[in-house]
Design a protein around this ligand. Structure first.
Ligand code: ZN
Length: 359
């Protein structure tokens, strides 16, 4: 694995912020997720250019190693070591304002990044999104261009009267033909997919797995060997999450060694208003470093105390009705040896009576 990273470094793809990428005991990567980089786009999915620059400065000043997505994948997949404080930067949607307001800064800081694009939307709304020429240009400078679906649809939401076959065909159009468009324009690319809205279910994961994709979600936690290939977590870094004070803890988070979890299916039944989440930790070498006595889960505004069924298994039950739409339950436990947190997040979607939910 270290050879891989060395090779990537030699080819200019690994552009660490610190002069020496330490080969420590790191086993996880923090993936940051951005959308717009602009002061005039919807606040919830935006970071203004000045704050974005502060993020890059912070990463550089604090010796984070910003690596490209493929170096991260190779290290995690092959069970190798990663540089300490490894970070992957990603942008969803490929907005033109990323080209205008982020690309120069990323180049200046020599940080690689990934842009997940929607080819059909690019075609229909040129100017709003980066076009193939811009993508080719940033690709030359070390950007990875990846797949966010053709249309940015709610993929797992069945359309009226849609059969299973029709749904699969729609998925094939949204995912596979989008990849074809990317490959035709930019040369054959690695298969990385970011779920629009971070929404997935087991059926969609199965298809992506079959088609050979690594897929990225929008609930949080470091990416590690305990992550599943079609459920890779990222930390949102836009909107309220752009605040560096809160982002610091996330950048320093450690992967919780989760070996099993319930519910397996993120789409819960409408009448399942207070789901119970059950998590099993693997008793790895570092297990004793996890302060399980101080583990807490957070859902909306409430703090949930875990109920330990055994040394390694706990459950939490929501105390308030879960909202209609997407929810995330974050569980964290302090490290016994350093001021960092182990982190694990569960994504759930609760539909309304008609099986829908807000954007
Ligand atoms: Zn998106």
């Amino acid at each position: 694995m270290l050879n891989k990273i060395a090779v990537s470094a030699a080819s200019g793809l690994l552009l660490g912020c610190s002069p020496v990428a330490q080969a420590g005991t790191a086993d996880s990567v923090v993936v940051l997720q951005y959308h717009h980089v602009s002061g005039s786009t919807p606040a919830v999915t935006s970071i203004d250019p000045e704050t974005f620059r502060q993020h890059l400065q912070y990463l550089q000043d604090n010796n984070f190693n910003v690596i490209d997505i493929t170096s991260a994948r190779d290290a995690i997949e092959q069970g190798g070591e990663l540089p300490e404080k490894a970070v992957v930067i990603t942008f969803d949607d490929g907005y033109q304002n990323v080209y205008e307001n982020a690309v120069a800064a990323l180049k200046e800081f020599e940080m690689p990044y990934t842009v997940f694009v929607n080819p059909e939307l690019m075609r229909k709304h040129s100017g709003h999104y980066m076009g193939w020429e811009e993508l080719k240009e940033i690709q030359k400078n070390g950007a990875t261009i990846a797949n966010h679906g053709q249309t940015h649809a709610h993929l797992i939401r069945k359309q009226e009267g849609e059969s299973d076959e029709e749904w699969q065909e729609r998925m094939r159009y949204d995912v596979v033909t989008a990849q074809q468009a990317i490959d035709e324009n930019l040369g054959e690319q690695q298969k990385y997919f970011a779920y629009p809205y971070g929404e997935y279910n087991n059926d969609l994961r199965e298809l992506l797995n079959e088609w050979g994709f690594f897929a990225f979600a929008q609930h949080s936690g470091p990416w590690s060997k305990w992550s599943e290939d079609t459920m890779i977590t990222r930390f949102p870094a836009s909107g309220i999450y752009a605040n560096l004070n809160t982002l610091k803890a996330k950048l320093n988070s450690k992967a919780m060694p989760v070996s099993a979890y319930q519910p397996q299916e993120p789409l819960v039944a409408h009448d399942n208003t207070k789901p119970t989440i059950s998590i099993t930790l693997e008793e790895v070498d570092t297990f004793d470093d996890i302060r399980t006595d101080a583990l807490q889960c957070f859902a909306g505004g409430s703090v949930l105390k875990p109920k330990w069924e055994s040394k390694t298994q706990f459950s939490v039950t929501l105390e308030q009705d879960i909202n209609i739409g997407r929810s995330r339950i974050n569980c964290t436990a302090p490290s016994a040896s350093e001021s960092r947190y182990y982190w694990y997040s569960v994504a759930l979607i609760r539909p309304d009576e008609s099986g829908r939910w807000p954007d």
